[in-house]
Write a protein that binds this ligand. Structure first.
Ligand code: ATP
Ligand code: MG
Length: 417
């Protein structure tokens, strides 16, 4: 008999074979109740024969059940499975180290036992939605004719300047884990023109916050012959498409998480307008509080802040009018549900300007020779952005900690599991 997933079972299914985990088991007089769970749902099963065999089955044991689907008034779904045969495939140790049924346990303990934590349908729901986010991101840019690229994760020098890197011993040389695919995606605009990628990045930042990881995944695009406004529009459309797809495909997951999503609107403000709106100081970055405040002014909206000061953006962001003396850049951020989800902008494609900017940012152009050279032989102007997969999942699902939507987080203190 072929195994059926619980979600495939209908009241008319009759004889079925199901496999999964014993979420709960109770013996009541001459009847045994088993709540069986697989990755698709939950099924109430009852046994009226050989009840003794059930008494030593532990919670979370893996079992295989054959039975007959029957209508039932008590069962939530209106049907249950009457067990004719139950085989224990792997008995679970008892007691469980963490509560599987409810979220009574604190996040640290839950993460220590992530494999168990993920047995809870509402935790699975977060990751099923995240999977849909990544899938619809891909779909959106495939449909537009972009090419998916695979940048390297081991790099020879800093791609951004600024953030700390994790060193790696690379034979005789010193190398680093990539903090971003920035330089590679830029180089590829001079051949493939429109590229996208989902790739892990590592940042050795020592802070330990609810919205930062030391290893995260980024969804990036880079587009030849585009400016900051053109790629901001791409981001707006991509986010709208992703939310639309999540709404269509993850109905039961959203219900489990008690979430009502809306396809977001978008608003475009200059950095100057935006910082004034939250009484911030011109020339300074938004504090997390100010980001939150700005988002609260525009509920269910992606808030774009464009034309940032050169001083607050990385060296590779184009100054306005390709003028090194300009204080305004072609760089932007996007905020959503309280915090930054993406940064991007038009890049510098002119080697001379790039060297000047590196110097202005007190970086050594010698460390960027390959990068600068790649723009010497016919590089178009280009723009792009990066949106954090976990960060976006966190904001979309209004989670209070980015670790909630990271399978196995790497943070300042956590390296296992
Ligand atoms: P933040 O200001 O939130 O620390 P950032 O400006 O340093 O972010 P960028 O270099 O702009 O980050 O990275 C692009 C995107 O990647 C961010 O908008 C965010 O969605 C995500 N991201 C950046 N750093 C992290 C991190 N440490 N953990 C998880 N996601 C991150
Ligand atoms: Mg940023």
């Amino acid at each position: 008999m072929k195994r059926m997933y619980i979600s495939e079972i209908k009241p008319s299914s009759k004889q079925v074979l199901v496999k999964g985990w014993v979420q709960r088991i109770k013996l009541l007089g001459k009847i045994a109740f088993v709540v069986l769970r697989d990755s698709t749902g939950i099924l109430q099963c009852i046994a009226k024969k050989n009840i003794k065999e059930f008494s030593n089955i532990t919670q979370e044991s893996v079992v295989e059940i054959k039975g007959i689907v029957k209508k039932s008034k008590q069962a939530k779904k209106g049907h249950e499975l009457e067990i004719s045969d139950l085989k224990v495939i792997n008995k679970s140790k008892a007691p469980l180290p963490a509560d599987v049924e409810k979220s009574k346990t604190f996040i640290d303990k839950r993460l220590d036992y992530r494999f168990l934590d993920l047995r809870r349908p509402e935790i699975q729901a977060i990751f099923k939605i995240q999977s849909e986010i990544a899938n619809s991101f891909r779909e959106f840019f495939y449909k537009k004719g972009f090419t998916e690229i695979q940048p390297p994760s081991i790099i020879s020098s800093s791609s951004e300047g600024g953030t700390e890197l994790f060193p790696v011993k690379y034979f005789e040389k010193k190398a680093f884990l990539a903090q971003s695919p920035q330089l590679y995606k830029q180089m590829l605009t001079s051949s493939l023109e429109r590229v996208f990628m989902i790739t892990p990045v590592w940042r050795a930042e020592k802070h330990n916050t609810p919205r930062h990881l030391n290893e995260s995944r980024q969804m990036d695009i880079e587009v030849a012959f585009a400016n900051q406004f053109e790629v901001m529009k791409e981001l707006e459309e991509a986010v709208k498409y992703i939310v639309k797809k999540v709404l269509e495909k993850c109905k039961s997951e959203l219900e489990l998480l008690n979430l009502k999503l809306k396809i977001p609107k978008a608003v475009y403000l200059s950095y100057e307008q935006a910082i004034k709106k939250v009484n911030g100081k011109l020339g300074e970055d938004f504090t997390p509080k100010q980001e939150k405040k700005l988002c609260e002014m525009y509920p269910d909206t992606i808030v774009f802040t464009h034309s940032w000061p050169v001083a607050l953006k990385p060296f590779y962001i184009m100054p306005k009018d390709e003028n090194i003396k300009s204080k305004i850049s072609e760089g932007f951020d996007a905020l959503f549900n309280g915090m930054e989800i993406s940064s991007g902008g038009q890049r510098i494609h002119i080697p001379k300007l790039l060297i000047e900017m590196l110097k202005l940012k007190k970086l050594n152009p010698k460390n960027f020779t390959d990068y600068v050279n790649s723009f010497e032989y016919g590089s178009p102007y280009h723009a792009g952005w990066s949106i954090g997969l976990e960060r976006f999942t966190m904001t979309l699902l209004k989670l209070n900690n980015i670790r909630e939507c990271t399978f196995f987080p790497r943070d300042r203190t956590r390296l296992t599991p």
